[in-house]
Ligand binder design. Structure first.
Ligand SMILES: C[S@@+](CC[C@H](N)C(=O)[O-])C[C@H]1O[C@@H](n2cnc3c(N)ncnc32)[C@H](O)[C@@H]1O
Length: 350
């Protein structure tokens, strides 16, 4: 029987994440998108849901309320919806997702946006009170860390009450042992990998690889002919190499200047990269020269039918560079990275 789930994504990646859901679970039916959320039905198992790579967290939906009032009475609606949810089935699903482990503790996490005549804390308490009545006695309410987390997401007149099936390893990954400042979230790197339309013949390059996240995520997403990454900083290359080893990914790593790559003309089919934003790394002034040099070098090493997928917060600068150097933007996705708006540009050389 199909169940209602929701996936939380980085805002901006909802539709892409749902296309990953559909690719791995063909029976999945979209119910709706909200900011950072894709709500869908599927008969798939929790294991399958937890293997999604563009998603930050996966929840089994206990209640979806669409016309919640803004007055105090809404608390009763939240309480009643929780009370009547199929908690037993949700707990069984959580156990399945956690290799049969018996949950001992639980807590409620609440998020609220919009104006209501009650506080976020009151809404969370309404859900907590109901859960206290229906959860098995062996499960205890915890203050901070808990085995099971129930999340209340309340946005204006819409509410989702869900049980979190994932844990932090879904979004942080187990392989990522080391981080660099400005290191990319793995789910965003995976989204960039998907946007690069993977094929097994791909020769993938990240010329500014940092800790290696993009190359690693692309290799974990789908088969690849060859993968290469490099960075101007020796410590970044060493870290990328260690992260790749820990992810069991085979790729070549090199210290280089991406403005003059030791790579033959037209020899790679995909360039996927996270450009320096000019905030933590570089500045707008240095980016003008850097981006200009990079776009020319990318044009040299990319095969004629290749794709360039680049993430930057310097939207206007990058768009201008692409246009001035004869590239066509086939897709642009706007998202928030490290607290600032940024865009993923998918471009072809024309
Ligand atoms: C935004 S970070 C990339 C982060 C990476 N995606 C990650 O997840 O760790 C940009 C990277 O570009 C590198 N970089 C800056 N200028 C470079 C250049 N001229 N050649 C190669 N790498 C460069 C920096 O050392 C930095 O690691």
């Amino acid at each position: 029987m199909s169940q209602l789930f929701y996936a939380m994504t980085m805002p901006g990646l909802e539709t892409l994440a749902f296309s990953e859901v559909r690719a791995s679970m063909p029976d999945a039916e979209l119910v709706k998108f909200a900011r950072g959320i894709a709500l869908f039905r599927t008969t798939s198992t929790p294991e399958k849901l937890l293997s999604l790579r563009t998603v930050e967290d996966v929840f089994c939906t206990l209640a979806h309320i669409t016309s919640l009032g803004h007055e105090h009475n809404a608390l009763r609606v939240l309480h009643s919806a929780t009370l009547h949810a199929d908690i037993r089935q949700a707990v069984a699903m959580w156990q399945r997702a956690h290799s049969g482990k018996r949950p001992k503790t639980w807590r409620v996490v609440s998020q609220k946006a919009g104006s209501h005549q009650f506080r976020r804390i009151d809404a969370g308490q309404a859900v907590t009170d109901a859960l206290q009545r229906v959860l098995p006695r062996a499960m205890h309410l915890a203050k901070d860390e808990a085995d099971v987390e129930f999340w209340l997401w309340l946005y204006g007149s819409e509410a989702l009450i869900g049980m979190r099936l994932s844990d932090a390893t879904m979004r942080h990954r187990r392989y990522k042992q080391e981080h660099l400042p400005a290191s990319l979230r793995p789910t965003v790197a995976a989204a960039m990998g998907l946007l690069a339309r993977p094929t097994p013949q791909d020769i993938v390059l990240d010329p500014l690889c940092g800790a290696g996240t993009i190359v690693i995520e692309r290799c974990l997403l789908a088969p690849v002919e060859r993968a290469l990454g490099g960075d101007i900083r020796e410590e970044a290359v060493a870290m990328a190499r260690r992260n790749a080893r820990s992810a069991s990914v085979r790729a070549s790593w090199e210290e280089w200047d991406a403005r003059a790559l030791p790579i033959e003309d037209a020899s790679v089919t995909r360039i996927i990269t996270n450009l320096p934003f000019g905030k933590q790394i570089g500045s707008h002034a240095t980016n003008v020269d850097l981006y200009n040099a990079l776009i020319q070098e990318f044009g040299r090493v990319l095969a004629a039918d290749g794709l360039l997928v680049a993430l930057t917060s310097e939207d206007r600068l990058w768009e201008m560079m692409l246009r001035d150097h004869g590239w066509r933007v086939v897709k642009k996705i706007v998202l928030v990275v490290l607290g600032q708006p940024a865009s993923i540009f998918v471009a072809e050389h024309v």
